[in-house]
Design a protein around this ligand. Structure first.
Ligand code: MOS
Length: 736
């Protein structure tokens, strides 16, 4: 049995999540759990062919089922005004025009939706809907389809290719990664409720309520303010909730059609073709160095799968432009249309894939150079400036991360010669890799409502997808105001609250922490302003001199000045005090480059007889600027590491090229890492604030935790058995 041991004792004592009790007691409501009066249930019917046209849909038998209210098809549905016509789908950016086309792009595409009084009625009736298709040929196999798609330049070329072709140390290899599926615990679900002719309420699983509001507004021709979106609890997203998928549109159409609230929850097999995935990819990476180990050139080529109706580029080569100095660099990419649903961002999108090739190649080069892989990295990481923009990094501590990580794993025990540590049938190996991510920050708003009893509520529309955003907000509000945590409640995931960006791309806490930081200071200033009407000692006092206690506002350096909240509220005739701020990037983005980084180390054992790989230990040092909540941050890193083990060793969205189907479309057929696969995971943080990113100094950690995990494992496998694994997942058949 594996277990997860998170080292957090260096930091403050870990504290519970603000939403923890609600979650574990079942009081927190996930999208499908809201009780809406008069609700009816719906079930999607999916195409059974991967390509062609719908000739006819037979719904008569299904309609006879007791409790069936209506059945939506492309011939019978409310029109969605913003939905793209067939020739404009790609430009529309709205994705599949569900029920607005008779064309079939992939197997599993929704072709009908049964609405009934109960889920059972709807499920049974859906099984009776039959379609006839005019079948067409299809392409579903990425490996063969990619061949004919030409590469195009991606990003500006640095230096020249000729400059390094004759270097003494060159590695030139290809890497293949199978498609991965997000597989959150909570299935995607929507309850759509038209509360009036042109007012809509949605309880929906997503990673950004304001994004949903915007997209639905455009598609249905509604002002955004007429759409309420609730996403108060989310059971994991990993990127799958960053888009508005066809099932959301289908439930809104259905609710219009039957003039009642409609609930739709995808089944897990429907999720496999309905809410994105990390696309299959191919890469070629050629890297060269001089004999001292100075990396002088890289050629990185990448292709990823996409659907026939949308162009999704995963950005695989971006990370190669980020980490090393590389005076000569050329990156090229292409996307490969397939009869599959559209892929999307999945944890560490692009970088996770790209770094597998890059960090495997750097490792391979280290053996050729007979140089320690950590040394090789330390020599080449661009620590001073972003290699592309030339802007100085605001902060960048990957060198320190590498040194700490090496100690944590016991790097000294590594024998450079592969296959030199054997325990019975097991070969032991050590490996490492780095991860990096362009750290971002976007505009976010936050509000505080303060009450006479010294309690307050902090609000933002941002959705907490399980990352600990709400807890982080509470921590910051407490730190700035001094109000005790048990008196600070948090409200999130509701479009009526101050708008915030989606939670994605490791920008969630980085964006909202700035807003909470500023609004907490604003609260102090606002209360001081009211207090100054009673005690002039509060006039023109800066926020950092103001203290909020249980019962009164006071000054740090002058004990004689204070006003009780009771008096403050009474004299100013207040019911509550509300402050709201918007916090957004300024021109610092023009002066500095920002990154989060990670150094991953691991120890594996490989059984030469069975091909089994067991990760014994993972150590990861993350740099996400200031750590707001060490427990939530460590959870991010260790959860991502387990995801990375899945990517490295197990996960593949297998397809049947003959039938045009996904083979593994449930939890039995699709393997990912579970607790028993998880090793000891040690997490440490640099924990130094980035003074320029935002007022809180915190940067995102959601992506970097996974980015370097898979290559660290592959590199450890090489060290263990001397076999270079360039295709993921590394299943036992590849070892044997
Ligand atoms: Mo993530 S792929 O930023 O949810």
């Amino acid at each position: 049995m594996g277990f997860i041991d998170i080292i957090t004792n260096k930091f403050k004592k870990p504290e519970g999540r603000v939403e923890g009790v609600e979650k574990v007691t079942g009081n927190g409501k996930f999208a499908a759990e809201y009780q809406v009066k008069n609700v009816c249930y719906s079930v999607l019917v999916n195409s059974t062919v991967p390509s062609g046209k719908i000739k006819s849909i037979l719904v008569d038998k299904a309609k006879e089922v007791e409790g069936v209210i209506d059945i939506i098809t492309h011939l019978h549905k409310p029109m969605v005004p913003g939905m793209a016509t067939e020739d404009k789908i790609k430009e529309s950016k709205f994705g599949l025009p569900v029920f607005h086309t008779d064309k079939i792009f992939f197997k599993g595409q929704p072709i009908a939706m049964v609405i009934a009084e109960t889920l059972e009625d709807a499920t049974f009736a859906a099984s009776l809907v039959e379609a006839e298709y005019q079948k067409d040929s299809f392409i579903i196999e990425f490996e063969s389809a990619k061949e004919s798609i030409p590469l195009k330049p991606e990003g500006k070329e640095r230096g020249s290719e000729d400059a390094w072709q004759n270097l003494p140390f060159i590695i030139d290899e290809q890497y293949n990664i199978k498609a991965d599926i997000h597989n959150p615990m909570e299935m995607h679900a929507t309850i759509a409720h038209w509360t009036g002719n042109d007012t809509l309420r949605l309880y929906d699983k997503n990673q950004g309520v304001n994004n949903v509001q915007k997209i639905i507004g455009k598609l249905f021709g509604l002002p955004e303010k007429n759409i309420e979106v609730f996403s108060e609890f989310v059971g994991g997203g990993f990127g799958s909730g960053l888009r508005v998928w066809p099932h959301v549109l289908a439930s809104i159409m259905a609710a219009k059609q039957v003039n009642r609230p409609v609930k739709l929850m995808l089944t897990r097999p429907q999720m496999f073709a309905g809410t994105g995935y990390r696309p299959a990819s191919w890469q070629r990476l050629k890297i060269g160095s001089d004999k001292e180990g100075n990396l002088l050139g890289v050629l990185h080529q990448a292709k990823n799968g996409t659907s026939l109706y949308e162009n999704f580029n995963d950005g695989i080569t971006r990370v190669t432009r980020l980490i090393y100095k590389l005076p000569n660099l050329k990156t090229e990419a292409a996307i490969v249309p397939l009869n599959l649903s559209t892929p999307t961002w999945m944890r560490g999108p692009g970088d996770c894939t790209g770094v597998f090739a890059l960090e495997s190649a750097v490792d391979e080069l280290s053996y050729k150079l007979k140089m320690d892989p950590v040394e090789l990295r330390l020599k080449n990481i661009s620590l001073q400036k972003h290699p592309d923009s030339g802007l100085p990094w605001s902060t960048h501590f990957l060198d320190e991360g590498l040194k700490r990580g090496a100690k944590m794993i016991g790097w000294d025990a590594r024998k450079p010669k592969p296959a030199s540590t054997i325990e019975g049938d097991w070969y032991i190996g050590y490996g490492m890799a780095v991860g990096m991510w362009n750290a971002g920050r976007r505009e976010a708003k936050a509000a505080i409502i303060f009450h006479k009893d010294g309690s307050m509520k902090v609000q933002t529309a941002m959705t907490d997808i399980g990352t600990g955003t709400g807890t982080g907000m509470q921590n910051i509000a407490h730190e700035i105001t001094g109000i005790s945590k048990d008196k600070i409640s948090i409200e999130l995931g509701n479009s009526a609250l101050p708008p915030a960006p989606s939670q994605g791309g490791s920008t969630g806490l980085s964006s909202v922490s700035g807003a909470v930081f500023e609004v907490s200071n604003q609260l102090k200033l606002k209360l001081a302003e009211y207090a100054s009407a009673i005690d002039p000692g509060f006039k023109s006092i800066p926020a950092d001199q103001i203290i909020l206690t249980e019962s009164k506002i006071a000054l740090k350096n002058n004990a004689t000045v204070s006003v009780s909240y009771n008096e403050l509220f009474e004299k100013n005739s207040l019911d509550e005090v509300r402050v709201e701020v918007s916090s957004k990037p300024g021109d610092e983005q023009k002066k500095f480059a920002f990154c989060s980084s990670s150094a991953h180390f691991c120890k594996v054992r490989v059984n030469k007889r069975t091909g089994k790989v067991k990760v014994d230990k993972l150590a990861v040092v993350g740099d996400g600027g200031k750590i707001i909540n060490s427990q939530a941050a460590a959870n991010q890193m260790s959860g991502a590491a387990v995801g990375g083990i899945g990517m490295a060793l197990m996960e593949e969205n297998q397809i049947d090229a003959k039938l045009g189907s996904l083979i593994a479309n449930d939890l039995a057929g699709y393997h990912f890492a579970v607790n028993a696969d998880a090793p000891i995971i040690e997490v440490d943080f640099i924990n130094k604030p980035d003074p320029n990113i935002n007022p809180s100094g915190a940067k995102g950690l959601g992506e970097v935790g996974i980015i370097g995990t898979a290559p660290a494992i592959a590199n450890a496998i090489y060290n263990a058995i001397g076999l270079r694994m360039r295709d993921l997942p590394i299943t036992p058949d590849k070892i044997l």
